[in-house]
Design a protein around this ligand. Structure first.
Ligand SMILES: Cc1ncc(COP(=O)(O)O)c(C=O)c1O
Length: 389
């Protein structure tokens, strides 16, 4: 690496970078590689959404917007969230962001002082924990999900509560979960809400996979049963359900009083998401239900194939993921998932995320994103079979 002309923050200099990127950097763009390492489908954004953005741009909607987002998109999201979760959820509880990860960072920047702690259900997608520790000098306390006899992930809420103390600002929960596919039930949300009310701790729920569920329309949410006055913040995104990862568009649902705080912090970060992307977001929500249904059906078929074929490989331990689009599986005898992911990539041309990327609880595991065509998936599984037998 080239020497820097002057010093940068030590926490940034010392951070090794994403372990998923460490694998993808080796294989990205190489002929013959099937990339199943990132959390995105290989379908482009549907045309009706792209057309809406193009029309908006052509109409000159290329300016700054209000920090909390355009009125149209906030109203559309409020109606959508009310339809899914009751409430009613009003537009003053909606802030539009430039992606889900941006939403998480804005929320944590708003809530976490240096030395505060965030109690987090793990294994979990790493970006939120990294932001808290590396950027905000907060502490992350990890409480691991444990697999039951059938391999299904379960959360012991008493252990989660026991991890909280006077410096706990936030309980962070990602459900449906990346990488596990774990889905918190209504009883978990209720217990968290009771605890948060009593202890005046924020619940921050990352629900970007709420629509990628296979036995219902929408996953149980932290919003179900919560009122506008509860310490509940929900982060969501256009990336997954509408195949819009590259657009960088998401939202936050929060108590009304937080809107001005989020506007202030948004001003310091990106001062609002792109106007034409927000216009396209309105169309995605209003006209996108048939598309969401269609991709969920295709992911459901892919999930069946992965569970059946990958799950049958002799060295693989895989439970059926309840939701999201990941197979998170243990490989017998493996203690270094990063080395394994690199080795499997080299030998088979199939790129996956190493479990260690999701915390120490994920060591020995790999994550495969199955949001791909049946042909690509089946070709990848053919190539993986010898590596795991
Ligand atoms: C759990 C979780 N939250 C948030 C995000 C961020 O999504 P985006 O920034 O694309 O909206 C992701 C992306 O993979 C994720 O897996």
């Amino acid at each position: 690496m080239r020497e820097l002309p002057a010093a940068v923050r030590s926490s940034i200099a010392g951070y090794p970078g994403s372990r998923i990127r460490e694998v993808s950097n080796i294989g990205m763009g190489k002929p013959g590689v099937t990339a199943l390492w990132f959390g995105e489908g290989d379908r482009p954004t549907p045309k009706f959404i792209c057309d809406a953005a193009a029309q908006s741009m052509a109409a000159g909607r290329t300016y700054y917007t209000a920090n909390n987002g355009t009125a149209e998109l906030r109203e559309t999201i409020a109606r959508y969230a009310t339809r899914l979760h009751g409430g009613p959820i009003t537009p003053d509880r909606v802030t539009v962001t430039a992606s889900g990860v941006n939403a998480l960072m804005l929320v944590m920047q708003t809530l976490v002082d240096p030395g505060d702690n965030v109690v987090m259900v793990t294994p979990v997608w790493p970006n939120c924990a990294n932001g808290i520790e590396i950027v905000l000098s907060g502490e992350v306390r990890r409480v691991a999900l444990t697999p039951d006899a059938q391999g299904r992930w379960t959360l012991d809420v008493e252990r989660l509560f026991a991890a909280c103390d006077a410096r706990t600002k936030v309980i962070f929960i990602n459900s449906p979960g990346n990488p596990t596919g774990w889905m918190a039930g209504a009883e978990i949300h209720r217990a968290l809400l009771d605890f948060a009310r009593k202890r005046r701790i924020w619940i921050v729920a990352d629900e970007v996979y709420e629509r990628l569920v296979y036995d219902r329309t929408c996953a149980p949410s932290a919003l179900d049963g919560a009122t506008a006055d509860d310490p509940v913040i929900v982060v969501n995104s256009f990336s997954k359900a509408w195949c819009m990862t590259g657009w960088r568009l998401g939202w936050i649902i929060h108590p009304p009083g937080l809107a001005t705080m989020l506007a202030k912090i948004t001003e310091m970060n990106m001062s609002g998401a792109a106007m034409f992307a927000q216009d396209a977001g309105v169309v995605a929500i209003e006209q996108g239900e048939p598309f969401v249904k269609e991709i969920v059906e295709s992911y459901s078929r892919a999930r069946d194939v992965v569970v059946q074929r990958l799950g049958a490989m002799p060295r693989v331990r895989l439970a059926r993921p309840e939701a999201a689009f990941y197979a998170f599986f243990r490989v017998e005898g493996v203690t270094d998932s990063l080395a394994l992911a690199k080795d499997v990539l080299e030998r088979t041309g199939v790129g996956m995320a190493p479990g260690i990327a999701f915390g120490p609880e994920g060591e020995g595991w790999l994550r495969l994103c199955f949001a791909t065509s049946p042909e690509r998936l089946s070709g990848a599984l053919d190539r993986l079979a010898p590596a795991f037998s």
